[in-house]
Every structure is written in C-alpha cells, then in structure tokens.
Design a protein around this ligand. Structure first.
Ligand SMILES: Cc1cc2nc3c(=O)[nH]c(=O)nc-3n(C[C@H](O)[C@H](O)[C@H](O)COP(=O)(O)OP(=O)(O)OC[C@H]3O[C@@H](n4cnc5c(N)ncnc54)[C@H](O)[C@@H]3O)c2cc1C
Ligand code: FES
Length: 278
C-alpha cells in the first residue's frame, strides 16, 4: 500500500497527488511512469511521474479525471492509500545538450513536461517552454515552469490569458520566423502531440512525443500498448513511451485508444450509480 501525502485540485478536472513511494523516488528519471491500481479490484493505469523528492521518498502524479479510475484516485485524501504502484517503467527521455529546445505541454502534460524541462536545462540547453489550455482556469504550474525554463510562453484557446491559440501555433510561428530550434519535446493529449509533430515536420525539427496507448502490464508482456512507428510495431511501455512524432501512425493510435470507450463509459456509470446509492 502507498500512502497519499497530499491531494489537491490544480484546475477543474486536473488533480495532483503526492504519494510515498521511496523506491520509485530513488530511481525515477524524466519521462518515466508508474502503473497504479487504486484498489484491489481496480484496473491498472499508467501515469507519468511529474515530480519527485528522493530524500523524502515522495513522488507527484498529475492527472486528468477522465474515467472511473482517475475519478477514484482524485477522491483519495491525505492518509489514504493506493493499493499498488509499480515503477519506474518505460525508457527515460533522452537528455543531451541539443542547443535551443522547445518543451510543449498541454492538459496533464503541463505537469509531465516539468522534469524534462529541468533535465534539459541542467544539461545546458536553452529551454523555451510553451503551455496551452482551453482557458485560463485550466492552467497550472506556470510559475514552476517559468523558474525552470529560459522562457515560458502561455497560450489559451479562447485568449483569456497569454497568447490566443495553441502550442503548435507558437511553434509554427517561431520556425517560420527562422528561429533555430534543435528539438521539440511534447507531452499531453494525443491530438496536441500530433499537431506539434505536424508543425515541425516541414522544418525537419526532431519532435519527441510521449505516447499514451492503453497499457495493462507495462512490462512488454501483454502487447496491449502496441503502436506503429516508422512502419514497425513497438511496445510503448518498454520501447517508449517517447517516440519520434514524425514517424508515429497517429490514426491507428487514436483508434486503439478509443477501443473500449463503450465499456469504460458503462463501468463509470455503474460506479457512479453505486457511489450515489451508498
Ligand atoms: C505512459 C503513459 C503515461 C500517462 N501519463 C498520464 C499522466 O501523467 N496523467 C494523466 O492524466 N494521464 C496519463 N496517461 C493516460 C491515463 O493512463 C488514462 O487517462 C487513464 O488510464 C484513464 O483511466 P480511467 O479509468 O480514469 O478512464 P477510462 O474511462 O478507463 O479511460 C479513458 C481513456 O483513457 C485511456 N485509458 C484507459 N485505460 C487505460 C490504460 N490502462 N492505460 C492507458 N490508457 C488508458 C483510453 O484512451 C480511454 O479512452 C498516461 C498514459 C500512458 C500510456
Ligand atoms: S502494456 Fe503490455 S506490452 Fe505494454
């Protein structure tokens, strides 16, 4: 059992938990994730570790409440417990001194990009972070990202804060102006990462995305997380989750992500009915 230390709403439907997990906190590297089971009968879901404190043995997960498991997780209070937590899983993000890099985050990816930003900065890169949200109320960790980056650009879809638009608009603008960007790292929903990859494709700027197919074991055994990259089948849990965004077959990824939508909706409805009935 893994004790919840803090539980906090960062934005509507975006939740943060800090959890006692000393083994993970001692080994985790940027880009890696854990698989949690909220209770004994719960499903296994992967979540990126967005921050950690090795000395305290604590990790931070930031997640979007989209279905039954993430709703259950968001209800945990400090002192509560997560039944199982396995990690670190996946390959760490490749960190090197590239030059000027863009780190793009949207949705839960605003949290997930922070360790990558910190590591790239530490490796001597000039880091421009760009974050997006539909509106101002959905933004979080702006200050932490500003501190960790050389420059932070904030965008909102409705223009309620920062620049109006999305991260890929800013990336396109920078590249069209001739700014030299060595590499782009994008974290967030699949659509956003696809658009970032399309923005950089004409300029040949390598774009690393962190894919989020459905996973079960997270150790390369079940085949559930298979994705097509450069025409080859790869397992996101052991070969990724980072891949070259220009080579990902986005259409098949999205189709596979939605394969159980009906069952997921049913299970959420059943759980909500039970929870209300209690
Ligand atoms: C490597 C990796 C890292 C991730 N990191 C984060 C993160 O830091 N924060 C965050 O909010 N989300 C993250 N996700 C996505 C997260 O795992 C799903 O949102 C979560 O599983 C949804 O579960 P649910 O029961 O709440 O919703 P459900 O109603 O079960 O599912 C909603 C959607 O989530 C996806 N999903 C469902 N089950 C799984 C599963 N077992 N594995 C992967 N995706 C699933 C499906 O596309 C589905 O359509 C990550 C996914 C991967 C693969
Ligand atoms: S989750 Fe089973 S092989 Fe990746």
């Amino acid at each position: 059992m893994y004790r919840v230390v803090t539980s906090e709403d960062l934005a509507p439907n975006i939740h943060l938990l800090t959890v006692e997990a000393p083994t993970v906190a001692g080994k985790i590297q940027p880009g890696q994730f854990v698989i949690v089971m909220v209770d004994e009968k719960g499903e296994r879901i992967p979540l990126t570790v967005s921050d950690w404190d090795e000395s305290e043995g604590i990790i931070t997960i930031v997640f979007l409440e989209v279905g039954m498991t993430t709703y259950k997780l968001a209800q945990l209070k400090p002192g509560g417990h997560i039944f199982s937590l396995v990690g670190p899983l996946g390959l760490p993000t490749r960190i090197e001194k590239f030059g000027t890099v863009i780190c793009a985050g949207g949705c839960y990816g605003i949290g997930a990009i922070l360790p990558v930003v910190k590591a790239l900065k530490k490796a001597g890169n000039e880091v421009v972070s760009i974050i997006e949200a539909r509106n101002k109320s959905l933004l979080f960790w702006e200050e932490a990202l500003r501190q960790a980056s050389d420059k932070l650009i904030v965008t909102t879809g409705d223009g309620s804060y920062g620049r109006k638009g999305w991260v890929d608009d800013v990336i396109k603008g920078m590249l069209a102006e001739g700014q030299r960007i060595e590499r782009v790292f994008a974290r967030g929903c699949t659509f956003m990462m696809m658009l970032c990859s399309e923005a950089t494709r004409p300029y040949g700027v390598e774009t690393t995305v962190s894919l989020s197919p459905i996973m079960v074991d997270g150790t390369g055994m079940c085949g559930c997380c298979r994705v097509s990259v450069g025409g080859e089948t790869r397992f996101a849990c052991v070969d990724g989750p980072d891949f070259d965004g220009h080579k990902v077959d986005w259409a098949s990824l999205m189709t596979r992500q939605n394969a159980y939508l009906e069952e997921e909706t049913e299970s959420l409805n059943a759980w909500e009915t039970k929870a209300v009935g209690k």
